[in-house]
Design a protein around this ligand. Sequence first.
Ligand code: NI
Length: 215
Amino acid sequence: MHDQLISDIISDVRERMSGDSSHDWWHVWRVWQMAKRIAVEEKADLFVVELGALMHDIADWKFHGGDESVGPRVAGEILAAHGVDPDVIARVQDIVATISYKGAGVATPMNTREGECVQDADRLDATGAIGIARCFAYGGHKGRNIYEPDDKPILHTDKSAYKNSTGPSVNHFYEKLLLLKDRMNTGTAKKMAEARHAFMEAYLAEFYEEWEGKR
Ligand code: NI
């Protein structure tokens, strides 16, 4: 019943995604696919989860001068234009407003099971082989170095420090990617995060070996 509506909304989302290749339409597509899979396992409301996934990065603060209010507003406008129920719109806006990672020491609880599914799907996309590719793509977009041996990772305890960090891309593994395994909400995502986490650890071990000229 919602298939046509979802595909109409997808057309709008595809047109509006303006981030770099780490936050493009394909990131949204992967999160949408993964969120559906998690939602079925977790028996969450599939429609809200799908819309939350499709809208979650519609106006990411990282690409809008740090403004966190743009995402929920734009999501609301798009969904209203497609005639989505105000009640559903409010639930989706809540997901968009609360989903972001804001630093190692900052808790980011979701208010609903549906939000937990979308947040887990988004976080899974920041881990594993895809997570590594996105990390370096975003770092390149921001003009960051790959690695600086003397520049140590910082476990940010407030979100503005996290948002303004300028460290090399490898530090981001310690400041976010490797921490995500223990911050998954659902049992389904926790299981999936294990293999992706192990892959990143193996990648880093190889990276340092090569950096030191040992391999
Ligand atoms: Ni995202």
